[in-house]
Design a binder for this molecule. Structure first.
Ligand code: KG4
Ligand code: ZN
Length: 367
């Protein structure tokens, strides 16, 4: 008889958001609640009650009681200390009260599991080794990933990692957010720029490629941000529409459609060119790393992995090089707790538990 599917509650609070999820057997999402309404809980009484109600919602949606849980998993780091502490303390107290094991998860490993988590739904099985690009508002980093179960069930596999490159300055998502702020296109910048880019000419403006002297697998996104600033200085005729969009944002008109109405063809071209430069850079460097490390598979995760052009660019380049490429569903691309519960599952099977001395590690590394 098969072992029963273990029910793990995941808690994730490494950044602005608080999230809770219940995952069965490391691969079946019973519920996944994410809230990033930082202002709402500031107004109505704090982060802990906010998290408590996310946990309650996650249990209700999964249709289970606290006592049904087999373990509680929390993000140990990396992230903002205060935010991490909230989730970790809550998880510790809950595990203690329920007398269930507590499992510590690295947020970055969570992003790796976000890619693997639902592959079985499409009857796809990643081949190893892989190169994983984690690309978000906080991270842009490349790992070589080996699985303990080379052709087996990824929900039971433990992975080992070697870091092969990463950003020297800004994360790619951070560049999206900063450029969106310069252009008055709202926050977070990624989703809006992604939609607007589809309406512009990506060849209109040239942004130079960053040159990486010592490690060709490193990234840099501060140069393109500065190039954008200089471009706007050279084109003062774009200022009136920036002001108009600023006013629209202040009135709460922040949908992509509304902002597009206030954007000239020159702005749409600029956005399309920016996105093309970022996407080309991410794709080219990741593909080169995969080839150099004889990877069979590319995994792309993190908020920027939701980007449409990034997905199609990776898909066509990977096909050209006979590599497989995997992305999380859009909901699992950005921060969530299902990926934390999934990453905890192989640790549960190994009885790799944390105790009450567990500390938040804002700079926790994966490798
Ligand atoms: O993974 P995530 O939710 O949080 C961090 O760990 O940072 O990623 C958020 C980041 C933001 O910078 C946001 O602008 C970016 O992901 N993002 C996107 C898209 N959706 C979210 N960037 C480009 N295109 C998108 N469609
Ligand atoms: Zn993240």
């Amino acid at each position: 008889m098969d072992a029963p599917e273990r029910l793990i509650l995941g808690i994730e609070s490494s950044c602005d958001e608080t999230a809770a999820a219940v995952v069965a057997g490391g691969r079946r999402i019973l519920s996944s609640i994410v809230s990033s309404q930082i202002d709402i809980h500031r107004k109505y009484g704090g982060v802990v009650p906010e998290l408590a109600s996310r946990v309650r919602e996650a249990l209700d949606q999964a249709n289970i009681a606290l006592a049904d849980l087999d373990a509680v998993a929390v993000t140990q780091g990396p992230g903002l200390t205060g935010a991490l502490l909230v989730g970790m303390t809550y998880g510790k107290v809950l595990a203690l009260a329920l007398q269930k094991p507590l499992i510590a998860v690295n947020h970055l490993e969570g992003h790796v599991h976000a890619v693997i988590l639902e592959t079985h739904l499409a009857a796809r099985h990643p081949q190893w080794p892989a190169v994983c690009l984690i690309v978000s508002g906080g991270h842009t980093v490349l790992y070589h990933v080996i699985s303990s179960a080379p052709n087996g069930d990824a929900s039971r596999a433990k992975f080992s990692y070697a870091r092969i490159g990463g950003t020297r300055d800004d994360a790619a998502g951070e560049a999206y957010d900063k450029v969106a702020r310069m252009l008055a296109l709202g926050y977070p910048g990624g989703p809006i720029l992604d939609q607007l880019a589809a309406h512009g000419d990506a060849k209109a403006v040239r942004f130079g490629e960053p040159k990486m002297k010592s490690n060709p697998h490193d990234f840099s996104f501060s140069g393109i941000k500065t190039a954008m600033l200089y471009h706007l200085r050279r084109h003062p005729e774009l200022q009136p529409e920036i002001d108009a969009r600023q006013q629209a944002l202040a009135r709460g008109e922040c949908t992509a459609d509304a902002l597009r109405q206030l954007s000239s063809p020159a702005t749409l071209d600029l956005v399309a060119s920016f996105q093309r430069a970022v996407v080309d850079d991410l794709t080219t460097r990741t593909l080169a790393a995969a080839q150099q490390h004889n990877a069979r598979t590319i995994l792309v995760s993190g908020g920027v992995a939701a980007n449409r052009e990034l997905r199609s660019s990776f898909e066509s380049e990977a096909r050209r090089h006979s590599l497989d490429v995997y992305f999380p569903s859009r909901a699992l691309s950005t921060d969530n707790a299902a990926m934390i519960a999934a990453a905890a599952h192989p640790r549960y099977l190994d009885s790799d538990f944390a105790d009450a001395t567990l500390n938040a590690e804002p700079n926790l590394a994966l490798a």
